[in-house]
Design a protein around this ligand. Structure first.
Ligand code: MN
Length: 203
């Protein structure tokens, strides 16, 4: 039976230093993300008919899934999808800002890039406990939202194109309790090419 698997990080564990330290990346990917993959496989083990679906399909269609698999798909399927996106929309030494159609849409919606960063960081700061802050495409429009736990915007028909993990496991070793410092620094490792690619794919 097909199983969901954990892909390797698209760069070395220490590639995002000094913004995100190697130990955080190792624990976050090899322990936390792996636990979501394992949890998703466990949740689907008695549902052979669902095992060929992609994680995107499972999340988008969560309301039509059997009751028994909704919680594992929400928590572990969301965790798997969200972390794949997070690894991919980061990179070392990327462009400092978006260009092209994405830049135009950000400027048209938020005024400028700084305002977008402020909204994403504010949403991340206001998320009490664990969750994510996102830039999503909602009915063709850019929007900043946050979700609790591993809830994924796909469950609400929103397509995430950028997301920052604000669970303490994402930052606590280096930034301790200072979530705001992590959020501010995090923009230095955003892979704008990947965000633009995801934006273009929604259109
Ligand atoms: Mn995480």
């Amino acid at each position: 039976m097909p199983e969901f698997t954990l892909a390797p990080l698209p760069y070395a564990y220490d590639a995002l230093e000094p913004i995100i330290d190697k130990e955080t990346m190792m624990l976050h990917h090899d322990k936390h993300h792996l636990a979501y993959v394992n949890g998703l496989n466990a949740g689907l083990k008695d549902h052979a008919d669902l095992q060929n679906r992609t994680v995107e399909e499972l999340l988008k269609g969560i309301n039509s899934l059997p009751e028994a698999v909704r919680t594992p798909v929400r928590n572990h399927g969301g965790g798997h999808y969200n972390h794949n996106l997070y690894w991919e929309i980061m990179r070392p030494g990327g462009a400092k800002e978006p260009t092209g159609a994405l830049a135009e849409a950000i400027n048209a919606t938020f005024g400028n890039l700084e305002n977008l960063k402020t909204q994403v960081n504010d949403a991340g700061m206001k998320r009490f406990g664990s969750g994510w802050s996102w830039l999503v495409v909602d009915n063709g429009k850019l929007l900043v939202i946050s979700t609790a736990n591993q809830d994924c915007p796909l469950m609400d028909n929103q397509v995430p194109i950028l997301g920052v993990d604000v669970w303490e496991h994402a930052y606590y070793l280096k930034y301790r309790n200072l979530r705001a410092d992590y959020l501010k620094a995090w923009w230095n490792v955003v892979n704008w090419d990947e965000v633009a690619k995801r934006f273009a794919a929604v259109k």
